[in-house]
Every structure is written in C-alpha cells, then in structure tokens.
Design a protein around this ligand. Structure first.
Ligand SMILES: C[S@@+](CC[C@H](N)C(=O)[O-])C[C@H]1O[C@@H](n2cnc3c(N)ncnc32)[C@H](O)[C@@H]1O
Length: 236
C-alpha cells in the first residue's frame, strides 16, 4: 500500500494540471479526468493486488482518512449512519470506516476494475457488510438516496479535469450530490485542485459551508498555504 497522494504522486499530478494552457475554468484538461485512465489504473492495481497483495495508492495518504473519521467522531455521527464514498477507488476508506464500526456504508465508482479491486480487498479483510456498486456519479442509474454522509476524496478533482465539458460535469456533480444526500446530511470533500474559497463557490447552491478540516501547510517564496483542502458542507 502506498500513500503517494498526500500532496505528492497522483494528487500532485492532478494539481499540476493547473499549469499549461488552461480551459476557461483555469484547468488544463487531463487524462486524469477520463474513465479510460481510471480503468487502466485499477486494472493495473488489481493485477498487483492479486500478485503481491498490495492494495495500491491511498489518495492523499492515511491522514486524509483519519481526519475524516476524527470529524465523524467529534460530531458523534452514529455508527449506523448511511455513508456513501463517491469514487471509492480501491475502497480503502470504506475498510477504515468498517473497522471503526460503521455498519451502513456504500462505495461507488464508475470504473468496474476499481469495484473489482475494492471487492477483492474487502473480501481479504473479511468484511462482509460493505455495499459496492459500479455507478457513474454524474449519471446515477439506481435509486441511491437519503445518505447521511457523502465523502469525496479526489473524485471531484478528477471530474474537474475531464477534457469534455468539465464545467457541465461539475454542475451535474452538484445535482447528483443534492439527489443522494439527505436534508441536513453532510458532504466531506478533500481536494488538491480547489481552494477553500473555490469549493465554497462550487457548492454554494443547496449546501452550507460547515467546517474546514486542518490540512498540512506549505510555505514557499515567503507565501504559505495548504496543498490540500478538506471541507465539510451541510445540505440545506
Ligand atoms: C483520485 S481517485 C480517488 C479514489 C479514492 N476516493 C481514494 O481516495 O483513494 C478518483 C476516483 O474517482 C473515480 N471517478 C471519477 N469520476 C467518476 C464518476 N463520474 N463516477 C464515479 N466515480 C468516478 C475514479 O474512477 C477514481 O476511482
């Protein structure tokens, strides 16, 4: 298991896509925004898991998961609250939630290989009560709804880099989120492509900013900032 996305590795690659020739929203479209990319990533990771038992990359590192679980503890989120992990990837966050005692958790991803990989890892961990589905969050086919908590670690970032009408896709994301989350439900997003202010703007309709979670700071050339933003919104 590697933690290459804690401000380095894949997440940094996504962040770097701000450079070059930006589209009108400031991002350079990238393969990271396509399903083909993620299919290839998770096919490779599935192969590595079968060969060597390595579960693959933890996007934004271990601390990104601990930070979310600490927030749930602090706010006394009941262990039977329904939690949806949007773009679950290898499903490692679902496993952390299950180990912590959460009993009503669902992971979706549009990459069938990601769902196969997360299913294999979950099975190896001996956890049976985690629901997994191949779902495109921008085109939800089933009646996923009424979640108490939705979590996104890197998925909105990936969608923002889609070479094909990313602005529309972001709007669709907000609509889908509104559809799956209960009124007063919480949305926890971790992003390396968007600042706190930008995220507050993206999720200004139908959601209220609730809290910012502390993330590591960097300083460079006399300026300082955060390479990762972790925010909580509440559906109004
Ligand atoms: C940066 S990875 C993060 C994976 C995981 N959340 C983590 O923290 O390790 C982005 C994930 O979003 C998934 N994804 C991207 N667009 C999606 C969409 N429209 N619907 C569902 N999943 C999507 C990708 O397949 C990939 O697993």
């Amino acid at each position: 298991m590697s933690a290459g996305a804690d401000g380095s590795g894949g997440a940094a690659a996504a962040a770097r896509s701000r450079e070059g020739s930006p589209a009108e929203d400031g991002f350079v479209p990238s393969a990271l925004g396509t399903r083909e990319h993620w299919d290839a990533v998770y096919e490779r990771e599935l192969h590595t898991f079968r060969e060597y038992g390595d579960t693959g990359e933890i996007w934004f590192g271990e601390e990104s998961m601990n930070r979310l679980i600490r927030w749930m503890q602090k706010h006394k989120i009941p262990l039977d609250a329904s939690v949806l992990d949007i773009g679950t990837g290898n499903g490692v966050f679902l496993i952390e939630l299950a180990k912590f005692g959460f009993s009503n958790i669902t992971g979706i991803d549009y990459s069938p290989s990601a769902i196969q990989l997360s299913g294999s890892i979950i099975e190896k961990e001996g956890l049976s009560n985690i629901k997994l589905k191949v779902e495109d969050f921008l085109n939800l086919s089933t009646k996923l709804s009424e979640f108490h908590i939705c979590v996104d670690k890197g998925t909105f970032d990936a969608i923002s880099l889609n070479p094909d009408s990313a602005i529309e896709k972001r709007k669709q994301y907000v609509k889908s989120l509104s559809r799956v989350l209960k009124v007063k439900g919480f949305f926890l997003i971790t992003s390396c492509n968007w600042t706190k202010e930008e995220l507050m703007n993206e999720f200004s309709e139908g959601f209220e900013f609730f809290e910012e979670l502390p993330t590591p700071k960097f300083s460079f050339g006399g300026r300082s900032g955060n390479s990762v933003a972790a925010l909580v919104f509440q559906k109004t």
